[in-house]
Design a protein around this ligand. Structure first.
Ligand code: ZN
Length: 394
């Protein structure tokens, strides 16, 4: 029992080290893995052999390096397993299929308005897109399906408790998805879209501590401490969108008054600028920039964010803020306004500079993060996937 447990632990350590190395430019060999994992070379060789035979790891073309034996680069296997991310947002439904190496095997997106009355249609569309992704990826075995939703999710059964920006309350998301033949027998879970987006940012900033704010349907956020995502008691930590920046202020879609999202969110900005609901989230900044009061809009966004950020910095004692989603392209314009507000209210400025940075992560971080999260079961317990992969065709 003990040795089986140890083997599983070692397999997981080796596969995780390999995945981490594969995001850097330098290829890793068995010897490199031994150094990185602190396992002995014979142990690593045996584990790698098992993973290669199971089509979880693949060997590249040997690279000659001077007089010694050529090194054989190792990477997670391509095209042997499929991890699926789904995203439901106010203006689109999307599905992404990636393999263990993180390579995109299929991406499907359909733009349409998602509201309370179209909740069932949106879920049905998600299932349809998933069917297309599975077909395009060659019907590979599916690890897991993770759905990104801009709301709070019940951890037990995947109900969306509330998603104010979709007007959803008590929507049985996972249950309805599982009723579709495309998803029969699959493991499906739903997660907050911002918590998934930040996973792609953590990949770019390993080991760092920062506050993450993402402009999307709403204003989402996350707190990352030493490279680990803070979850909180209910898994909602980092819900910056509903922190109060003006008591008794504008009414938020959550029903409360003066939330950050009542001023800075897709819906709030669109309505304020008099833009129709046909404007896509990704086009919001451009649409705003066509307005004559652009400086005023940027000032309002910056001051609103600055208040929420200053309060958070005071509570958490952090110094780095990362702006993502539609906030990323306007980060340079927002920075001086946010900085001015933060300098008025945050204690951190007394200790040194506060860094306000632009996310350099993926263009659609929630969908990418969902697919990445759907790979996790393999990295947690590779042994369970031995014998379940599709043999590589090349
Ligand atoms: Zn609110």
């Amino acid at each position: 029992m003990q040795s089986a447990h140890l083997r599983e632990h070692n397999l997981s350590t080796v596969l995780a080290a390999l995945a981490a190395a594969s995001t850097s430019a330098a290829p890793i060999s068995r010897a490199g893995l031994a150094k990185r994992t602190r396992l002995t070379k014979p142990t690593v060789s045996k584990l790698v052999e098992e993973l290669v035979n199971a089509s979880l790891v693949e060997e590249g073309e040997p690279i000659s390096a001077g007089a010694g034996r050529p090194m054989v680069p190792l990477t997670p296997a391509r095209g042997t397993l499929l991890a699926i991310g789904l995203e439901i947002a106010a203006d689109h439904v999307a599905c992404l299929g990636i393999d263990l190496a993180g390579e995109v095997l299929s991406h499907q997106i359909e733009y349409r308005k998602v509201t309370a009355s179209s909740a069932e249609d949106a879920i049905d569309l998600a299932a349809e897109l998933l069917g297309r992704v599975r077909a395009e990826a060659g019907d590979l075995p599916v690890v897991e399906v993770v759905v990104a939703v801009p709301g709070r999710i019940a951890p037990d059964d995947g109900r969306v408790l509330s998603a104010p920006n979709l007007d959803w309350t008590e929507v049985p998301l996972v249950g309805r998805l599982l009723a579709h033949p495309e998803l029969a027998g699959l493991s499906v879970r739903a997660q907050n879209d911002n918590r998934l987006s930040v996973l792609t940012e953590i990949d770019h900033r390993p080991g760092e501590s920062f506050i993450y704010l993402r402009g999307s349907t709403g204003i989402g956020g996350a707190v990352v401490l030493d490279g680990a995502l803070m979850t909180g008691t209910h898994g909602w930590a980092g819900e910056f969108g509903h922190t109060v920046i003006e008591p008794g202020g504008a009414t938020c879609r959550c029903g409360r008054q003066g939330c950050l999202e009542a001023y800075v969110s897709y819906h709030a900005l669109r309505e304020r600028a008099g833009l129709g609901d046909d404007v896509l989230i990704e086009d919001l900044v451009e649409a705003l920039s066509l307005r004559s009061d652009r400086a005023e809009v940027i000032g309002m966004i910056g001051r609103s964010l600055g208040l929420a950020i200053a309060n958070a910095l005071n509570v958490l004692d952090l110094t780095t803020v990362v702006l993502s989603g539609y906030l990323a392209p306007i980060a340079d314009e927002l920075e001086p306004v946010i900085r001015e507000t933060v300098e008025q209210h945050a204690l951190a400025v007394e200790a040194g500079p506060v860094l306000i940075e632009r996310s350099d992560g993926h263009a659609d971080p929630a969908l990418r993060g969902a697919a990445r999260a759907a790979l996790q079961p393999v990295f947690n317990a590779p042994g369970a996937w031995i014998g379940r992969t599709s043999p590589r065709s090349h």
